[in-house]
Every structure is written in C-alpha cells, then in structure tokens.
Ligand binder design. Sequence first.
Ligand code: GZL
Length: 343
Amino acid sequence: MVQRKRIMGALVTASVIMTLVAGCGAKTTETTAASTAPQATKAAEAAKAGDGKITVGFSQIGAESGWRGAETQSIQDTAKADPTIDLKFSDAQQKQENQIKAIRSFIAQKVDVIAMAPVVETGWEAVLKEAKDAKIPVILVDRGIDKKNEDLYTSFIGSDFIVEGQNAAKAMAQHLGDKGNIVELEGTVGASAATDRKKGFDDEMKNHPNIKIVKSQSGDFNRATGKQVMEAILKSPEGKDIQGVYAHNDDMALGAIQAIEEAGKKPGTDVKIVSIDGIKEAFEAVKAGKLNTVVECNPLLGPQLFQAAKDLKAGKQVPKWIKSNEDVFTGQKAIDALPNRKY
Ligand code: GZL
C-alpha cells in the first residue's frame, strides 16, 4: 500500500513538473512570438513613414572589362529585385564628358541620390558643386576623385587600391625569387584605381631592390590594348629579358598572356603573371598554369550602394569610406575557389 502511495505521489509530482515545463515552453513560445511583434511594428512604422521609392541616378564608366560588367550586373540586378528602387542608369562609354552630362541630367530630374564610378580623379569640381547646391548627395562607387574635393561627395564605396598594389608586389617577389625584370601594365591614365595600384606596387618594390620595373605603360584596363602594349614591349630592347608582368587588371593580363604565347614564351612559367580583379577567366588561367596570382577586387557593390542610398534618404549617417573586403589567390587556393566565383 505504502509503495502504491509513493508511486502515485511521484506520478502527481511528475505531472506537476511537466505542466510547469510546458508552461515555460509556452512562455518561451509567447516570448518568441512577442519578439516578432517589435519586427512587425517596425515594418508597420516604416510603411506609415511613407517608405516609398528611392530614385538613384548612376553614371557608369562603360564596359571596358569583365570586372566592370560584373559591377553593372550587380547594380542593375539589385535595383531590379527591389521595387522601392528606381534606378536611372547611364553608360558613359569611358568618356568623362558623358558622365558630367549624365550627372547634370540626374540633377534636373531631382533624383534622391547620385552615384558614379568616376573614370578619372580630376575634373569633377563644377558638376559636383551643382549637385551639392541642388542638395543631392553623391556616392562614389569603385573609384575615387581628387582628395581636395572630398567635401563634394558623401561616401566612397570601394577597395583600397594601394593595398591591392602592395599585395601584388609581394606575390610577384615570391614568384620571382626576389630578382628579375618586370613589365607593369597600368590601368586608365588618371584613374584612382590605376594611380593607387601603381603607388602600392612601386612602394612595396622598394623592399625588393633586385627586381627592376623595366617598362610601365597603360593598357587602359582593356584586354585588346593590354595585348597590343605587351606585343610592342616584347619586340623592344627592354622586352628581351622579362621575367614578370604585373597588370593592374585581369583583362590586360589576359591580353598580355596571349601576346607572350604568340612570342613563343610560356606565361606563368617563363614569365610570371600577377593581376588584380578576380574575374573567373583569371582563375581559369591560374588553373591552366598561365597566370600566377590574382588579387581580388570586389565588383559586387550593388547591395552596398543601395543600402547607403536608402540610409542617406532616411537621414542616417553613412561612413565616408565603405571598404570592400578582398583576398589574394595564388595556385591551388585559386583553383579551389574557382567553382564558387560569382563573376
Ligand atoms: C576597380 C575598377 C577597375 C577594375 C578594372 O575598382 O575601377 O576598373 O580593376 C575596371 O577592371 O576597368
């Protein structure tokens, strides 16, 4: 009898505990349910606040490289996927005067935010002053302008090109065993990406006195031009004894690879190649043993651009420099990364 009472007592206790636990669980559920309430309220507040469309005018440089195409795709896809974004997109065909015209048109259309990838660093003062007078904030994307005009734009979204140049130089020194003659294929003359990649590379090369830059010339960030420039250098006296090529972007490196092969040499072996951007074709060239190191420069800036534009429209603070995170890919690391490359 006593035994039965004990068992009954235990069963009653257990059922009380079970109820309490279930009750906590319910409380957790309620809490969880409650925690979605603030989100729901936030959405309701946003709707009340008239979070309508935002109109962004974007002046794109052109379509000079695979990287540029990937950036355009990212910006257009981001806008297409978000019904609150009205994107006015203009392609300048690499001409600054077309960018200036496009910016003036965006001002006339009273867009909420003007964004641009400035083809070169200089010549923007007048038109950006007009944007400032019209109280339209300007966001620079992937390239910068003269430091003296920093007050004429709100934010720069892009990479640290000096670091990219330094990383390229460190990789080149490793591939060359710290000695040899190299050619530098520069990007568009006057473009911040070219100026700073050259500065970073040349600064780091001061630590490698047995590596000589025997020729440095612009290939305008373009594959065909990069190939032509490399062909001419290979035929020149300086081109007789070259151990490496540093290209400010993959497209010029891929052009140079063609020129080196047509000259009967093995790119990646006889001539080490280091380039910047990280387009898929460059990773494929590493896999084929024709390119040695790719320094990544992220073109997928659409999401960051429109988030910054929306924050500006909502009156929020936006950092002066929204820096891209990037990596350096050599050999097997590049080969392993290839299947996941997005551009
Ligand atoms: C870098 C960008 C450069 C790329 C090139 O942010 O401005 O311009 O490296 C492109 O491929 O032409």
